[in-house]
Design a protein around this ligand. Structure first.
Ligand code: SF4
Length: 532
């Protein structure tokens, strides 16, 4: 079995298996670098179950879907459908075993074919009915099955809403009477109000038709509704996998914990109030902090295995020996810098690829004020990691892409070391958990102004939702109050409504003044709070 997290036994029939799947896309043009979209993925899907695959945009989920349905060939590894290699199936026979439902229903429907004709075509091609007369009755059945009804028979795709088109796309997949559905973000293009209906439909169909699902989504909230087991993907491989209750209630990998907690919102200078839970996941956040030498985006191209040359495959084999999550990890140890953790069973049926699986670190919320101390120059490197990770996680769309791309760890560390040494802008204090810097705040006064300033507040994205941001902000406010300040002030980008809401919760209100950030030419508004 390719997946030790699947319970074994004579009653378990595996319908889909993948073993060590690697997908490398060759570089386009001269001098480009090949991209590894999948870096060794194995999985097993038991009959009648649903494996939910979750991860941020670019983690390789959709590449995995295309390989599983035979739309692309792997650079290495194999896929087995109902005990037979996927490559051994004639295309039509494979389509009767497994079907793909994709994110955009309109792309899978012929704009010139009505729902009825689209379904009839599939029924006849796969010989699921003897003739057109029987097809008409079956079309009605299928449309009833997806809760549309026969009134949709003559409807063209452009006459359907997104939710209706996705229901027709699901009916079209079911027309082939497959045993397995690969569902690749089937709800992500739909309005929130429509998603629940599609999820409920998929839940019902699975039970009524004894289907097996591999359900791919960036949305943990959707994944948890459908899945028996959850696999978390990061940079082209699984970092954690197990029964859904275990993964959600006792996550073993720090990336899973980050997905399950809040996504921090930026302040204009990169500061973060990382306290407000926003649901699940970092949808389409992009491959922040991806090690370009290790794994690239799944969206880098559509070249097939023939185009992935030997050099590209060799690159896949020459990954830097370190944990791919290292740049974002708040609990790393020295070993993580020199070894790549394998996916291993940590507790029965629950795997993780982490040397510190299950360790969450001492939270600042538990440590309280005792976890905050003055920064020393030796903290600058760790603070730069926090700073760069925070900006890249939270600032896309807020500051120009070129600024994010230009962030440099070494330069940032030197800048921070200078601030600490020279106390150029007042104090810099760090939040520490498990002897590791996980956030910092810069604050000070500008005599003779009777106002204290918070110049920057930064929390590592992996620590979001643990009260680190609020603890640092409260600490800065107390220190400023001790220095005689009765009002504290800070700036946020005018466009960043969420950050403004977060600060509003902390008691800050705009005082009506603005300034233009010279580097990005973006307007900032000033928020103030009276200190008690
Ligand atoms: S192996 Fe190390 S760097 Fe990777 S997730 Fe675990 S603790 Fe973090």
């Amino acid at each position: 079995m390719s997946d030790p997290s699947v319970p074994s036994g004579p009653a378990v029939r595996l319908v889909l298996e993948a073993a060590d799947l690697v997908k490398v896309y060759a570089a386009g043009g001269s001098g480009g670098r090949s991209k590894t979209a999948l870096a060794g993925v194995s999985l097993s899907l038991a009959e009648g179950t649903c494996l939910g695959v979750v991860g941020e945009s670019g983690c390789g989920k959709s590449t995995l879907a295309r390989l599983l349905v035979g739309l692309e060939q792997p650079t290495a590894g194999s896929v087995t459908v109902l005990g037979r290699p996927v490559a051994s199936y004639p295309r039509a026979e494979l389509a009767r075993r497994l079907q793909l439902v994709s994110q955009d229903p309109f792309s899978s429907l012929n704009p010139r074919l009505s729902a009825g004709r689209a379904l009839t075509e599939v029924l006849l091609v796969h010989r699921r009915v003897p003739g057109r007369r029987e097809a008409a009755a079956r079309v009605t059945e299928l449309l009833d099955m997806v809760a549309l009804g026969s009134r949709f028979t003559d409807r063209l795709p452009h006459e359907m809403s997104g939710g209706q088109a996705q229901r027709v796309a699901i009916a079209r997949a079911l027309a082939a009477e497959p045993e397995i559905l690969i569902l690749d973000e089937p709800t992500s293009a739909l309005d929130v109000s429509v998603r629940a209906g599609i999820v409920n439909l998929l839940t019902r169909l699975r039970s009524e038709l004894s289907l097996s699902y591999l359900f791919i989504s960036h949305d943990m909230a959707v994944i948890r509704q459908l899945s028996d087991r959850i696999g978390v993907m990061y940079q082209g491989r699984f970092t954690e996998r197990g029964p859904w209750q275990a993964v959600l209630s006792a996550p073993l990998h720090p990336y899973t914990r980050a997905l399950l907690t809040a996504v921090p919102e930026p302040q204009p200078d990169g500061s973060l109030l990382a306290d407000e839970p926003v649901g699940a996941g970092t949808p389409d956040a992009g491959p922040a902090d991806v090690d370009a030498s290790a794994v690239g985006s799944a969206a880098v191209g559509s070249a097939d295995a023939g185009a992935a040359d030997a050099g590209a495959a060799a690159e896949a084999g020459s990954r830097v020996a370190r944990c791919p999550y290292l740049p974002r990890c708040p609990i790393s140890i020295e070993r993580c810098r020199t070894e790549d953790p394998p996916l291993e069973v940590i507790v029965p049926e629950h795997e993780a690829a982490c040397f510190r699986a299950g360790f969450s670190g001492a939270g600042i919320s538990e440590a309280g004020e005792a976890g905050i101390r003055p920064a020393v120059a030796g903290d600058a490197g760790a603070m730069a990691e926090v700073f760069v990770a925070a900006w890249r996680e939270a600032y896309p769309g807020v500051v120009p892409e070129a600024v994010l791309a230009g962030l440099d760890h070494g330069r940032t560390a030197r800048w921070l070391a200078g601030l600490i040494d020279e106390r150029a802008e007042g104090e810099t204090d760090v939040a520490v958990a498990d002897e590791r810097v996980i956030g910092f705040v810069r604050y000070g006064t500008r005599p003779p102004e009777p106002v204290g300033y918070v110049f920057g507040l930064y929390v590592h994205p992996a620590q979001a939702g643990r009260g680190v941001g609020r603890a640092l902000l409260g600490h800065a406010e107390r220190r400023l109050r001790e220095q005689g300040m009765e009002v504290v002030s800070l700036h946020v980008f005018e466009a960043n409504e969420r950050a403004r809401r977060l600060y509003a919760k902390a008691g800050y209100a705009p005082d009506g003044s603005t300034r233009v950030e010279p580097e990005y030419e973006a307007t900032e508004i000033r928020l103030v709070k009276a200190l008690p």
